[in-house]
Structure formats: structure tokens, C-alpha cells
Design a binder for this molecule. Structure first.
Ligand code: FMN
Ligand code: SF4
Length: 671
């Protein structure tokens, strides 16, 4: 398909975007001591180099009372300006405009870092932080407005081309706009024009300091998805108020409230692409300002279609460009198939934010590490773009990779990128390992894009893959590679409490690959706390089994919380009649009777299901690595065969192993 609209520049006040793809605002946790870092500059520069039409940075706080998470940029200190300059210079080198998002999170915060009470329109505690905020006085409202103006001034001095006011999903402005959190009876409460007064005042103050040199945008929440909150009809009225100020150049959109309905803002693969399109669509019918549509735009075809159908003027692609900084350049070059599609898994982007770590990506080990790769690239005199740098090897090696799961394929990609000759041997008839199985259940198919993306990259780099070949030391001797990377994964484990003679007990993997077909009543034991138990529970419930999940934890699928999958899991579990029982430790089986210790009370319970399905930690398959090592072969291992973990670990280790293949021998990693 030819793109008719995507490559058209668009004027946003004084700024012209390169094209219609926007890298919209998102936290990165790259800040240190409230200041932007080299990590930011390299990260944004990589997306600018990759063709993004406009970059909008993460939020910069406008006031000391606003410090909801540790690594927030404190835009109100002048000492951020050198960091701003480093970012804007790095992005401008690629002729890409860059805006700064500025914000005060209001009551959607805690006093934990600031040791100051949080400020909000009314003393309504946020459901996540559960801290009662201070209802701001008129003098404090003036201080808030002045804070926005001050930070806008710093941004202008730091070289930004525009300012975006985050008035959407986590903001004091949202707090004022929303009837759910604004209970004031003065001129800032009550009617919508009153609730919008703070927004209008901030817009005027910011425009005053930036003049007409910089663009000004406002991000609005189209539907808060909370009881008594802003709905799409209110949001359209807010958009009209924003336009009527005459000071604003564009409107950005979002959906949900970050501290109540975050799972809809950064929707995982369970929510269909384009789910939030009704918001820009409604705004566009009501205002003449350009509108950005955001939310699960996965590929350029979908983005083009949204533009063609008139839903929006620009398309925000956030996780799509976190996963592949060259998203835009590849689409423009007609290489759409080569885009490393985001999986909407939320594991290493949103998930790491929730854990106070720097932003990464499960598929792209370079995300957040662009500065390091750039340095390495310069050091090896291969001064190419960070996402494509290829350091010429001093001696080409024959590399054998054993296993075509995510770790093995990534090792193959990294080694081939360095110019080595790589052959991957996979025992199964298909690539993917556990990822392929994980993607085989309803609503998880997008996870399989990880392997599709890696296979595309392998093809591009000339990696040979031989399927249906089990590797043993004799084959290694016969093929005589210079180096072997073992990625043999992990195998199911039968825990101590399952008697050897027990029948109708199987691992989740056996259900997924069809080698076991449980029926009737099924108890699934969840000791992993992720998608394993919940996915198989859904699969079996769909096959008319009566399913109960038991876990020693306080909640089934505990880590679904950090990937924002928990809410939807609960909805689906409820609708499918899946029972969830917590605090239960399996203690043994006698015949079909399963004994479970309820650890808070010390009492035993029993179940007598037709089948028991195990989602328990597996064992590493390490014999090949150990045999080769003992035989003196140059060998490394990566991923689950080192220690069974999640896919990101396999990808990171695969990348490291491939990159470490220098002319001087093996990988150099002790594993
Ligand atoms: C890790 C992460 C952090 C985010 N932080 C912000 C933020 O600071 N400000 C904001 O306006 N939106 C933020 N967002 C929301 C994104 O701008 C965007 O609305 C959301 O990711 C959906 O777009 P996507 O499906 O293209 O990723 C964040 C998104 C992610 C993934
Ligand atoms: S971690 Fe998953 S959701 Fe996040 S950018 Fe990467 S592929 Fe997309």
C-alpha cells in the first residue's frame, strides 16, 4: 500500500512536523537528581534518526509539590537547561522538532519524595496513592500557573520547539476539569467553564512567555472511565474551550486516569488496536485545531488509515517506536515488514516504570541503552546510526546457535550483525520455543510477533536456520564451528509433592502443545504468577472445564498487575466462571486428592479434581552446554538454560553473547 497521508508535513503554529507520526510523551525514568541525562538525549535522537515526525518528551514537573515518582524531571530548577539543550541539539541534528510536556500531577501523587503535602482542587484522595491532598487556595493556584510559565521559559531557553500541557490522565488540570475530583464551590468549581478556568489561565500564561516562537499544545483526556468523571461529551466541550483561547496550536488526546484506569491508557494486547480512536474523531468534528490520535497504533498501515478516514491529523506511536526507533524510516522506505512490531506486552516499558527502573523493551535490548551503543559504535569506528550500527569483525567466525527461541534468535541476530556466519539449529519444526506456545492462547497471539520480528531480522542478515535438528556434542564436532551459543531453554519440572505414579497431572506447556488434554474439573497451580496459569485457565474454561486456580501468593497471576493485564484478567475470569483461590500451598497428592495448606491459618484444604495442571518454575536444560564446556569447546549459554526467567532476559543475554563475539575468541561472559 502506498502511503498518501503519512508523509505530509503539518504546521502546528510556528512548527512544521516532518510527517504525521508523533513520538508522544511517556515516562522513561532516565532522569537523575531531577535533571535530564545523556540517556534521554541518545534515546530521543535515535527516534529522530529513525524518521519520527515530531517528538514530545516525557513530563517535566512545574512545581516542588509535584514529585510522584523518583526519576521525574524537575523543570522548575534552572539547572535542567543544559540537559534540555543536549536533548534538543541531539534531536535537531536529524531535523526533527521536539516539544516538552510540562505538568503538575496534582493529587495523583504522594508526599513520599517531596515531603510536602500534595496539591489538588479538593481534598479527594487518589485511589492509587490514597493520600488526602491539600485543596489549593487562590494564592496557590497563582503559584501553579506561575510554575507552568517558569518551566515553559526554561524549555524555550533549552531549545524546545513547543510545549505540551499534560491536562489529561495525570494532572492537576485534569483534577480541576473532572467532576469526580473537583468539589469546589468557588469560581474554579461547579460549571465546566469554571472547572476549566485553571487550564485557560495556564494556557494564557504559557503563551505569554513563549510568544509566537514556540508551538503550544494541550493533551486532553477523552473519557476518564471512572465513576462521575469526564466523559467524551465533556471532553469535546473542553476541546472547544481550548480552541477558543486562541493560544493553542494543537490538541493531543488520551483516555483514562493514570491512577485509576491506567490499563486503558497503555492498553495491552487484550484491547483491540485503535480502541481510543473515538476521541480524536469526536474532537476533530468539533474543533479546527489539528488533533493527535493515540492508542495502540501498531503499524503504519493502521496509522495511514486513521488519517485517511479523518479520525485525526497526526498519529501518536509510542510503544511502536520504543520497540523500533526506525518505525517511520522503515515504513517510508517501503520496508513495513521489517518493522519490529511492538507486542503491547507492557513487560519492559510500562512494567519497568512501575518498578522504578529505566524504560526498556522486551524485544529491543538497545532501548534505553542507545548512549552505550553509540559509544561502542564510535569506539569501533563504525559511526553509523545507533539502531543499525555494524562493527566490522576482525575475523569472520562460524557460529552455531542451538535453539531458535528468543534468546537463540537474538544471539544469531547480534552475531550476524557483526558479520559472522551464523547457523541456528532448532529441534522443533518451528522457531519460537515457549513464546510460540504462549502466543497460542486466545488474546495472546501478538506475543508471537516477537519471533516473527526476529525471524525477519535473521532473514535480512542471512542467518541460516535448520529445523528438526537436535544438537549433541558429536554434531558440534562434525560441524566444527568457531563458537557455539547454547539457548536450549528450560523443561517442565515435576515438583516434590506430585507422586511419581500420579496420573492426570501435567504442565501448562503440555496443555498448550496439545500433548495433554485435561477435561472435567481442573485445578491449576500457579507458582509463577504471570500469564502461564491464567492463559491456560481461559483455554480450558473455553473447553468447558470447571477451572480453579490455586496459588500460594496473595493474588493469582501477581505480575499481571505490572503489565496492566490484571483488570481484564479479572473480567474474563469472572465471565468464564474461573475460580481463584489464594494463600494455598500444595502439600501432596493421594490418588486424585490434592492437599493444600492455607498458610495464614495453618489449616489444610483438599480438592479432588479430574486434572491438576502445573504452572511451576521449570528446570534449565543445561547438559549440552556443560558437555561442550567440559570438552573444551568455545561455548556460551543464554536465556532459560542458564536460569529460567522471562523472555526479556533471553533477549538481553542473546544480544550480549552475539555482540561479544570478537576476534579474540569466545563471548567473554561467564555463565
Ligand atoms: C511507559 C509509558 C509511560 C507513559 N508516560 C506518559 C506521560 O508521562 N505523559 C503522557 O501524556 N503520556 C504518557 N504515556 C502514554 C502515552 O503517551 C500513550 O498515550 C500510550 O502509550 C498509548 O500509546 P501507544 O499504544 O502508541 O503506546 C506513557 C506511556 C508509556 C508506555
Ligand atoms: S516491552 Fe512490549 S509493549 Fe513495551 S515497547 Fe516493547 S514490545 Fe512494546
Amino acid at each position: 500500500m502506498a502511503y498518501r497521508y503519512l508523509w505530509t508535513p503539518l504546521e502546528l503554529g510556528p512548527v512544521t512536523t516532518r510527517n504525521r507520526i508523533v513520538f508522544s510523551a511517556h515516562l522513561t525514568n532516565y532522569a537523575r537528581d531531577g535533571k535530564p541525562t545523556e540517556q534521554h538525549a541518545a534515546y530521543y535522537a535515535a527516534r529522530a534518526a529513525g524518521g519520527s515526525g515530531l517528538i514530545i518528551t516525557e513530563e517535566h514537573s512545574t512545581h516542588p509539590t509535584d514529585w510522584p515518582y523518583e526519576k521525574l524531571i524537575h523543570g522548575f530548577h534552572r539547572d535542567v537547561i543544559p540537559g534540555y539543550k543536549a536533548i534538543t541539539d541531539a534531536v535537531h541534528r536529524h531535523r526533527t522538532p521536539i516539544f516538552a510536556q510540562i505538568n503538575h500531577n496534582g493529587g495523583q501523587a504522594s508526599s513520599m519524595f517531596s515531603r510536602l503535602p500534595v496539591w489538588a482542587p479538593s481534598a479527594v484522595a487518589d485511589p492509587l496513592f490514597r493520600e488526602v491532598p491539600k485543596a489549593v487556595t487562590h494564592a496557590e493556584i497563582d503559584e501553579i500557573v506561575a510554575g507552568y510559565a517558569l518551566v515553559a521559559e526554561h524549555c524555550a531557553e533549552g531549545g524546545f520547539d513547543g510545549i505540551e500541557l499534560q491536562c489529561s490522565h495525570s494532572s492537576i488540570v485534569r483534577g480541576f476539569l473532572s467532576p469526580a475530583t473537583n468539589k469546589r464551590t468557588d469560581e474554579y468549581g461547579g460549571s465546566l467553564p469554571n472547572r476549566a478556568k485553571l487550564l485557560v489561565d495556564i494556557v494564557a500564561a504559557v503563551r505569554k512567555v513563549i510568544g509566537n516562537r514556540l508551538a503550544l499544545g494541550v493533551r486532553i483526556c477523552g473519557d476518564e472511565l471512572i465513576e462521575g468523571g469526564t466523559t467524551i461529551d465533556d471532553a469535546v466541550e473542553i476541546a472547544k474551550i481550548v480552541e477558543a483561547t486562541g493560544h493553542v496550536d494543537y490538541i493531543n488526546t488520551s483516555i483514562g486516569v493514570a491512577t485509576a484506569s491506567l490499563f486503558m491508557i497503555e492498553a495491552s494486547m487484550h484491547i483491540p488496536p485503535g480502541y481510543a480512536m473515538f476521541i480524536p474523531s469526536a474532537f476533530r468534528k468539533a474543533v479546527d485545531l489539528p488533533v493527535i490520535g493515540v492508542g495502540r497504533f501498531k503499524d503504519p498501515l493502521q496509522a495511514e488509515r486513521a488519517l485517511a478516514e479523518g479520525h485525526c491529523d497526526l498519529v501518536g506511536v509510542v510503544r511502536g517506536q520504543i520497540a523500533d526507533p526506525d518505525f517511520t524510516a522503515k515504513a517510508r522506505a517501503g520496508a513495513t515488514d521489517e518493522i519490529r512490531l511492538c507486542l503491547s506486552c507492557n513487560q519492559e516499558c510500562v512494567g519497568r516504570m512501575g518498578l522504578n527502573r529505566w524504560l526498556g523493551c522486551i524485544e529491543n535490548p538497545r532501548t534505553g541503552r542507545e548512549a552505550e551503543y553509540a559509544k561502542r559504535s564510535v569506539a569501533s569506528a563504525a559511526a553509523l546510526a545507533p539502531s543499525t550500527d555494524v562493527a566490522p569483525p576482525m575475523r569472520i567466525k562460524d557460529v552455531m546457535v542451538v535453539g531458535a527461541g528468543p534468546g537463540g534468535l537474538q544471539a544469531a541476530i547480534a552475531a550476524a550483525r557483526q558479520g559472522h556466519r551464523v547457523t541456528v539449529y532448532e529441534q522443533q519444526p518451528e522457531a519460537g520455543g515457549q513464546v510460540r506456545l504462549a502466543a497460542s492462547v486466545p488474546n495472546r497471539a501478538e506475543f508471537g510477533d516477537m519471533i516473527r520480528n526476529q525471524l525477519t531480522e535473521c532473514r535480512r542478515l542471512g542467518v541460516t536456520i535448520e529445523y528438526g535438528v537436535g544438537v549433541w556434542p558429536g554434531l558440534v564436532t562434525e560441524k566444527a564451528p568457531d563458537h557455539v551459543i547454547v539457548a536450549t531453554g528450560a523443561e517442565p519440572n515435576r515438583p516434590w509433592w506430585v507422586p511419581a505414579e500420579a496420573e492426570q497431572v501435567c504442565d501448562v506447556r503440555a496443555v498448550l502443545d496439545g500433548s495433554a488434554q485435561p477435561f472435567g474439573s481442573v485445578v491449576i497451580v500457579d507458582e509463577i504468577g504471570f500469564h502461564h496459569a491464567t492463559s491456560v485457565a481461559e483455554l480450558l474454561a473455553d473447553r468447558d472445564c470447571q477451572v480453579e486456580i490455586v496459588t500460594p501468593g496473595m493474588v493469582v497471576g501477581q505480575d499481571l498487575g505490572i503489565t496492566l493485564d490484571m483488570e481484564h484478567w479479572w473480567m474474563r475470569a469472572g465471565s468464564k466462571g474461573i475460580v481463584q483461590s489464594t494463600d494455598l500451598v500444595p502439600m501432596g497428592m493421594t490418588g486424585r486428592e490434592l492437599t493444600l495448606l492455607h498458610h495464614p491459618t495453618g489449616t489444610n484444604q483438599t480438592r479432588t479434581p479430574d486434572w491438576v495442571v502445573l504452572a511451576v518454575p521449570p528446570n534449565p536444560v543445561e547438559w549440552l552446554y556443560l558437555d561442550l564446556k567440559a570438552a573444551g569447546v568455545s561455548v556460551q549459554r543464554v536465556g532459560d538454560c542458564v536460569a529460567p526467567r522471562r523472555a526479556h532476559a533471553a533477549v538481553v543475554e542473546g544480544e550480549r553473547a552475539g555482540n561479544a563475539l570478537t576476534a579474540t575468541g569466545g563471548g567473554g561472559f561467564r555463565q
